[in-house]
Design a protein around this ligand. Structure first.
Ligand SMILES: Cc1cc2nc3c(=O)[nH]c(=O)nc-3n(C[C@H](O)[C@H](O)[C@H](O)COP(=O)(O)OP(=O)(O)OC[C@H]3O[C@@H](n4cnc5c(N)ncnc54)[C@H](O)[C@@H]3O)c2cc1C
Length: 446
């Protein structure tokens, strides 16, 4: 059986490595000269440093992604926080949102929320009630809420604007890359169930301590080196070939035909139709209803250190999350490298670099007065216009199944069916589920 995987992002890499681990040969074809898809790093000419295309964070609940890192021997390249502690700066007041190691999990959370002074006492109590309600919700309840938006659901559950701004959005905007008014209540609630409620360790952050290409593309390639997997980079697939509703191979951009019994596409929803022949597109048309959203990353290098936290959330400022890349990567450089990650970045995606620099440098100087004494050495802006797919109301009904109508063609990728939003965890879950489907369909033939 010949297997072709189109796309060397997280999902394609996970499928390829998992198959190779079981000694199932496969060919991985990637159109760009490097692996990693939407999670990669590159050499920045300005700073002469390797920087990421966007700050990537995972939580302890990303079990499949963490397993994948173990599989490709990359687990040391990500640092796990021992406890949940998020410094939140609001109107010059710094409050930590943290968990406690009490013997009973729920007690730990009660104390952490009760200490969260950006909310009034009655708001904290109301927040606890809503978190408790969420903890009791079943998959059936969530399914019914897919068409409702998360903001309305929170409002109907007595969450004040302040609680929404200072608690719910603090997690939801970066995790869902959208305003919660635009997000399906089902996905929003599930996010908090998995990441905040189900176990204490789940919400703990893990942050790559090397560039994303070292973490993912290089580690996977290194793992595959000793297997029969063939990796072809710089090769765009123009189309799949279908005969009698059955896959028979792919055509490359330079018009070469490669035969295959099984083809797995890991293309994002905004690109999948490009490789489907016109007469088979109707089944895949729903992908057009899935929209993508931008993330903008701002990199600043200062002459001296002024920011000691690993990361911080800033409320009531265009800065949302700020990361201390020097500390996270344990850099030996004397400069301080700061990364500001702007999710839901519609406002910034077309703004010129010069204006972004003025606005964010002045904001940093205002929030961290010590930074005024430190010269800005370098500045870069990275705009990822199609960073993640949007989890708008109704999304769960239009995400793709792994198995398709065309025999031997499978869809994997973060947007394929799962409970997770557009994340590396979703990309690996879909990889695992795709392999399960293939095994069922081709039982003894692999
Ligand atoms: C700025 C930014 C920040 C993010 N932050 C986080 C985060 O904090 N945590 C998190 O979990 N996730 C985060 N994400 C999302 C995460 O990166 C994605 O969910 C994940 O990488 C998607 O992987 P994928 O394999 O499904 O798709 P992709 O990475 O899109 O992979 C598809 C691959 O197919 C290739 N391809 C496309 N067309 C063709 C063709 N015709 N022929 C051959 N190859 C083709 C592409 O080049 C690409 O390599 C972030 C994303 C961005 C951009």
């Amino acid at each position: 059986m010949k297997i072709i995987i189109i796309g060397g992002g997280v999902s394609g890499l996970a499928i390829s490595c998992k198959l190779a681990k079981e000694k199932i040969d496969n060919i991985l074809i990637e159109k760009r000269p490097f692996l990693g898809g939407r999670a990669y790093s590159f050499f920045d000419k300005n700073s002469k440093e390797e920087i990421d295309n966007g700050q990537h964070i995972i939580v302890g609940a990303c079990k499949e992604f963490i397993n994948f890192l173990y599989e490709i021997n990359a687990i040391e390249k990500i640092s796990f926080e021992k406890k949940l502690r998020i410094p939140v700066l609001n109107k010059n007041k710094l409050v930590n949102l943290r968990s406690h190691n009490f013997p009973i999990n729920i007690l730990g959370k009660v104390f952490s929320i009760l200490e969260y002074k950006h909310l009034k006492l009655r708001e904290r109590i109301s927040l606890l009630k809503t978190l408790y309600k969420i903890s009791k919700m079943k998959p059936k309840d969530l399914k019914e809420l897919d068409n409702e938006n998360f903001y309305n659901w929170l409002k109907n559950n007595n969450q004040s604007k302040n609680t929404i701004d200072c608690f719910w959005e603090l997690f939801a905007i970066p995790a869902l890359n959208d305003e919660i008014k635009n997000v399906s209540a089902s996905i929003g609630i599930r996010l908090f169930q998995v990441a905040f409620i189900e176990s204490d360790i789940n919400a703990n952050f893990a942050i790559p301590n090397v560039g994303l290409t070292k973490l993912l593309g290089d580690s996977a390639e290194n793992f595959l080196k000793n297997t029969n997997t063939k990796i072809i980079k710089n090769q765009e697939i123009k189309s799949i070939i279908v005969k009698n509703d059955k896959i028979s191979g792919v055509i490359t951009k330079d018009d070469r035909k490669i035969k295959s019994d099984i083809v797995i596409s890991t293309l994002p929803p905004n690109q999948i139709l490009d490789i489907i022949p016109k007469n088979h597109q109707s089944y895949f048309k729903k992908s057009k209803e899935i929209n993508m959203a931008p993330i903008v990353g701002i990199h600043l290098w200062f002459e001296n250190y002024f920011f000691d936290e690993k990361f911080m959330v800033v409320l009531g400022s265009p800065i949302q999350w700020i990361f201390n890349d020097s500390k996270i990567k344990n850099s030996s450089s004397s400069f301080q490298h700061i990364v500001i990650s702007l999710s839901n970045a519609w406002e910034w995606k077309n703004k010129p670099k010069k204006i972004i620099k003025e606005i964010f440098l002045s904001e940093i100087n205002k929030l961290f007065p010590k930074s005024k004494k430190s010269k800005l050495i370098n500045f870069s802006v990275i705009k990822m216009l199609n960073a993640t797919f949007r989890c708008q109301p109704g999304i769960q009904k239009i995400r793709s199944k792994n198995r398709t109508k065309i025999k031997g063609l499978y869809i994997s990728g973060d947007w394929a069916e799962s409970e997770w939003p557009s994340t590396m965890e979703a990309a690996v879950i879909s990889a695992k589920n795709t392999i399960l489907d293939i095994k069922k369909d081709f039982a003894n033939k692999l």
